[in-house]
Write a protein of this length. Structure first.
Length: 286
């Protein structure tokens, strides 16, 4: 089983390296558009100097890899170092065709392939860009910045520098590249089966629980609560609150089932970043 996981992770990382390399050399480098994060910094410095991007991608990532080793473990650091090194090598030894000179297509599809590559590498337990490592570590140290806040601030700085050194138009296309890459990373990691948490407050909680567990085959958690407003005349009346997790494809049928039992049920839906255990299907690589 452990061997199969190593093979699966290696294939995922390998495909991620090829996809990211294709996005860089097949689309972005010839048009002088950049991505966000360490990759974007490397591309910007490469445009402004004679240092090859293949060298910059590895060298600039080294401090982040060291942080990853200190905080996230040796195995993660080894896989990420190997992945970034192979990405750098692939940019030198693999001939990726220059696909198109259309600026819009270059920005969008360059981001798509880079995002796909980064997402596949993360699914394999490594990173192709050390920004995520730094963001996670900084967010642990301070309550002021979340991971997304740090990445956003860093990329604002990167694209601001791109606007100054490369011009407004390349910077704007670069932002489009980053947005496409971010969406693809999200899709690769979460896929079409991205989970949502559903909280149901109803007088018919037992019937709703049975419908979810028996009819839909989902796990539920029951909270003990009390009515606070008392619109139905029952202030502080004890209520069972039903909580379950489902994929976005299952949400419509789940809501229909709940509302068929109790049309007045109060339903709250929120996104769930990740889940472990319980009666959930684990997501494969999409």
């Amino acid at each position: 089983m452990k061997v199969m996981k190593i093979v699966k992770d290696s294939v995922s990382i390998g495909l991620g390296i090829l996809s990211a390399g294709f996005g860089l050399k097949g689309f972005l480098l010839s048009s002088h558009f950049i991505d966000g994060g360490v990759t974007g910094i490397s591309m910007l410095v490469a445009d402004l100097s004679v240092i090859p991007i293949s060298v910059l991608i590895f060298v600039i990532n080294v401090p982040f890899l060291w942080l990853g080793y200190k905080k996230l473990g040796l195995y993660f650091a080894i896989k990420s170092t190997a992945a970034i090194a192979l990405l750098s090598i692939s940019l030198v030894v693999i001939h990726f065709p220059d696909v198109t000179h259309d600026k819009l297509l270059t920005a969008v599809f360059g981001g798509v392939f880079i995002g796909t590559g980064s997402g596949l590498a993360i699914r394999g337990g490594a990173v192709l860009d050390g920004t995520e490592v730094a963001a996670v570590l900084i967010s642990r140290k301070t309550q002021l910045l979340k991971v997304s806040d740090f990445i956003l601030l860093l990329n604002v700085l990167i694209f601001g520098l791109a606007a100054f050194f490369l011009g407004i138009e390349p910077a704007m296309y670069s932002i489009l590249t980053y947005m496409a890459a971010a969406k693809m990373i999200d899709f690769i990691l979460n896929g079409i089966e991205q989970y949502s948490g559903i909280t149901v407050v109803s007088m018919h909680s037992e019937a709703i629980r049975k419908a979810i567990t028996v009819t839909l085959g989902r796990g539920v958690t029951i909270y003990q609560g009390k009515s606070g407003y008392g619109k139905d005349g029952h202030v502080n009346d004890p209520r069972d609150i039903v909580f379950t997790v489902a994929t976005r494809l299952e949400i419509p049928s789940l809501k229909q089932t709940i509302l068929r039992i109790d049309p007045k049920a109060f339903i709250v839906q929120q996104s769930v970043d990740d889940t472990t255990g319980g009666l959930l299907k684990r997501k494969g690589i999409h």
